[in-house]
Structure formats: structure tokens, C-alpha cells
Design a protein around this ligand. Structure first.
Ligand code: SF4
Length: 198
């Protein structure tokens, strides 16, 4: 399991460095703990999407809809290759959403998974309870690699007092829908353009 290290390191990891970090890893030997799948989700992003739910979340947001995903060890362990195979059985145009739990709590296998799905032509989105700013300052290189491998990042914890049913694909108004790769390129939060995601 990869965990978020203390803040404050900053990072200038490039996309090429992120790819180089992941290249030696074997998807058939790398395991990920999941709470489950939904292979025809219409609530985890635009269109019909394959949703993958990570097991394990340290945020414990009051009002969380998925508290059964909080504890590590209660999920199903699969290899990254098995998950990629499972997604490949769904129509090629379907996007994939990583949710949870928090995928960044298992940053290494999820970075490998996101990279494989992206290379297979999938739009990969991810929910996290950390903010982009916190993730960018992580000491864990796989956190940064996962950020590079995403198309869309929905960041920040669910805050019950800021809950709104009017928000598109997010639960509370503090959460942001970001262009993950452009945010990494620019080193700051870049919102997704108006359209499908907001
Ligand atoms: S980050 Fe998401 S899964 Fe984790 S406690 Fe908060 S709402 Fe629940």
C-alpha cells in the first residue's frame, strides 16, 4: 500500500519521468484492493462509464455514501492485469472512473492501472479526498505518477455542510473538477472546460 507522505516536498516530476517510474512494474504482479465495480455507471461522470471502487479511505468524511470502503483488508484483491481485462470487455468508447474509497491511498497500483487504461484509449477520471495541492506536494512518487496518468481529477473531501444536489458529478461545493494533466503541466489547479463534466 502506498500512503500519502507528509506535505511540503513540492515536485517537478515530468510526464516522461512518471512513465519511466511505471514502466518496470509488472501489471500481472501488481495487486490492488477493490470494493467493487459498476460496469454501467451513469453517476460517476458523463456518459456510460466503468466505475472502479478502491477499498480503503483515510478521510472518514461525515455523511460519506460509501463507509464500507473505508477499511483496508475488507475488499477483493486483484492484479492490475485482471482489472484491465475486465474493463476491456466493455465497449471501447466507455470512460473509466476510479472512485472509492480513495484510489490515491493505493497510488502505485492505481497509477499503473490508469496508465494502462489511458493507453487503451479510455478517458480516466478519479475521485480523491485529498486536494490537488496536497497531492502535488506528496513525497510519494506514485501519487504524482497517478496524477499524470489521469484525464480528470475530482478533488477534495465530501463536506456535508456544503452538500448540494445541483452539482454535476460531485457531492459538495468545495470539490473541484480539474483537468489533471494540464494541472500537472502548469503546476496549479486547471478546471475542466465547461461542458461534459460541469
Ligand atoms: S473521501 Fe470519499 S470515500 Fe472517503 S470518506 Fe470521504 S466521501 Fe467517503
Amino acid at each position: 500500500m502506498s500512503s500519502i507522505a507528509p506535505l511540503g516536498s513540492g515536485s517537478d516530476m515530468t510526464y516522461e519521468e512518471a512513465e519511466g517510474l511505471l514502466r518496470p512494474l509488472d501489471p500481472s504482479g501488481e495487486t490492488v484492493e477493490l470494493a467493487g465495480f459498476v460496469d454501467d455507471s451513469i453517476v460517476d461522470g458523463p456518459g456510460l462509464r466503468f466505475a472502479i471502487f478502491a477499498q480503503g479511505c483515510p478521510h472518514r468524511c461525515p455523511g460519506c455514501h460509501n463507509p464500507t470502503t473505508w477499511s483496508r483488508g475488507d475488499g477483493r484483491v486483484m492484479t492490475v492485469s485482471q482489472v484491465v481485462d475486465r474493463v476491456s470487455r466493455c465497449p471501447a468508447q466507455m470512460g473509466v472512473t476510479l472512485s472509492g474509497g480513495d484510489p490515491f491511498f493505493q497510488s502505485r497500483p492505481f497509477a499503473l492501472l490508469a496508465n494502462a487504461l489511458r493507453k487503451a484509449g479510455r478517458e480516466v477520471a478519479c475521485y480523491t479526498g485529498w486536494t490537488l495541492d496536497q497531492l502535488m506536494e506528496s513525497h510519494d512518487p506514485y501519487v504524482l505518477a497517478l496524477l499524470w496518468m489521469l484525464d480528470v481529477l475530482i478533488d477534495g473531501p465530501f463536506v456535508l455542510a456544503l452538500k448540494s444536489l445541483d452539482l454535476k458529478f460531485k457531492g459538495s461545493s468545495n470539490q473541484r473538477t480539474l483537468d489533471a494533466r494540464e494541472s500537472m503541466r502548469q503546476g496549479r489547479a486547471v478546471p475542466m472546460p465547461a461542458g461534459r463534466w460541469n
